[in-house]
Design a protein around this ligand. Structure first.
Ligand SMILES: [Zn+2]
Length: 272
């Protein structure tokens, strides 16, 4: 189509400085061919007073969501080795999606290739994150560029859930504070229907409804497997990692926060 330009840069996989091609995340064949989406600057997003009502303006883009993060060679390698397996997994997921915010589902998925699916998911995390991320965690690019490799150190854990992705989520690697456990989780997260994925690094996560699929690394390349799984369907109304608040809960929280801010303003004015 020629809509997506090449850019110059360093490939997040092989580290070579060259032309970077446009990598669809998720792959084009996983319902991301003609996606129309609004690209909002992160700064505008966090400044919005009520994200549910005043959605910040952004640029509308077409032709599928993606990133110029990989060279053509690495991009083609993923296309040739993992995308078919990934698309099959996505097609199964689409059939499981319920028309509600919270649901759980118990199902059997037949004949999938766990290792290729996991490698595709990790390649997507490498696409949405910066060079510094792939530099700091070289084990990730080594795992995906070698199709037979089962070497993914324990500090990396991958979780999944079903989602309609009310708001798409492409959150780069960052530290998220969990107010309940008072722990910090280092993670990156992606949500695009029908699946959401969380990649945690050196962090314990205290969310039972996220299904850990790191074990997918233990299968051979091209090995097919039937799985009986249960997955939760979670809403993603914000762009932030690990935020699965319902629409009502989010509206409530926003109202509370705004009231608090208004009271602080009032107090300041009265006392100035
Ligand atoms: Zn490359």
């Amino acid at each position: 189509m020629g809509r997506h330009k090449m850019t110059k840069g360093i490939c997040n996989i092989c580290g070579i400085k060259t032309n970077l091609s446009y990598e669809h995340v998720p792959p084009k064949a996983a319902f991301n061919k003609n996606t129309k989406y609004v690209s909002i600057k992160f700064e505008d997003y966090i400044q919005s007073r009520n994200l549910m009502k005043e959605i910040p303006k952004g640029k509308t883009k077409q032709g599928g969501i993606g990133y110029n993060s990989f060279c053509e060679k690495c991009n083609n390698f993923f296309g040739a080795n993992y995308v078919n397996a990934y698309v099959k997994w996505v097609n199964a997921g689409v059939q499981l999606l319920a028309d509600s915010e919270f649901a759980s589902c118990y199902f059997e998925i037949k004949n999938i290739e766990p290792l290729s699916i996991l490698k595709q998911i990790i390649s997507m995390f490498l696409a949405i994150n910066d060079n510094s991320f792939s530099n700091d965690f070289k084990e990730l690019s080594e795992f995906v560029i070698n199709k037979e490799s089962k070497i993914l150190p324990e500090k990396f854990q991958i979780y999944t859930y079903l989602t309609r992705a009310e708001r798409l989520r492409y959150m780069k690697y960052s530290a998220i504070g969990d107010l309940n456990t008072r722990q910090t989780v280092l993670c990156s997260e992606m949500a695009y229907p029908p699946f959401g994925y969380v990649l945690t690094i050196d962090s314990k996560i205290n969310k039972k409804y996220l299904r850990n699929i790191t074990e997918f690394k233990n299968y051979d390349f091209n090995e097919n497997k039937d799985f009986i799984m249960s997955l939760a369907q979670l809403p993603t109304y914000t762009i932030y990692s690990l935020d699965y608040r319902s629409k009502d809960k989010l509206n409530n929280d926003i109202e509370k926060a705004n009231n608090l801010m208004d009271n602080i303003d009032k107090f300041r004015k009265e006392n100035s």
